[in-house]
Design a protein around this ligand. Sequence first.
Ligand code: AMP
Length: 284
Amino acid sequence: MQTAHALDVLRTQVDRLRTGGATIGLVPTMGALHQGHLTLVRRAREACDHVVASIFVNPTQFGPNEDLDAYPRQLAEDAAMLEAEGCALLWAPTVEEIYPDGFVTNVSVREVSEGLCGAARPGHFDGVATVVCKLFNQVRPDMAFFGEKDFQQLAVIRAMARDLDLTQPHVLSIIGVPTVREADGLAMSSRNRYLSPENRAAAAALPQAMKQAIAAIEGGGEVGAALAELESELLGAGFASVDYAALADATSLRPLTAFSGAAARLLVAARIGGTRLIDNMAVG
Ligand code: AMP
């Protein structure tokens, strides 16, 4: 596996991979890799001739009081994991390479960015959309792989790619990969390592309470009551607060107050011991 830290090196390496018309799958990450990320790499390997993974802790998607400085960075360990999965090229740019002096452009996706995590983390999805747009232009992949773990992010990227015509001829398709979970159901996340052993054990209440809420909603129960019960289950299990617990249309992410049977999504963000966890599951 080659590693590029500068854009001119990346371009040379990508051109080399493309020789003979080979296809490229891109897996963007912020590093601190776990089996969720590696599942994206495996999916990309199955679908494309070569995989390019990126590791970039993107400062513009962190709010002023968020965990940018504390976010785990372990490039050598991550590179070894990617190499073992057969990744061909690691794109690990510096902040200056992505945001050189004088950088003034912002990609902002309205509507789908606005509720849920967008409301709780102002500017977050602008940071995500801007950096992913740059990654698409830098690597020009045939396919790009994102986790459903970050369901709203996936919806924002799909909308951006459609609206900015990134899907043709460059990124042919954006693939959403189902969430990979720990044995007790907790969605894998680089932030799970912030949890104390007690909070890690208590965090399993999140997927459990979500499953109960989904069973209630699918069984015809009132949506508001199911969400209120979910919130009280989380607070009872040791969560400090719930940023949101919402039923939303699975495509537009507009909130739903009743379940019609059409594809919907339950999305939750909640804090435990100072760590903000997010999860989402299909309803219907
Ligand atoms: P991150 O490094 O957290 O920005 O995540 C990089 C990519 O991995 C994103 O597309 C995430 O949605 C995806 N991802 C993170 N955690 C998981 C998981 N547990 N299962 C599947 N994909 C995931």
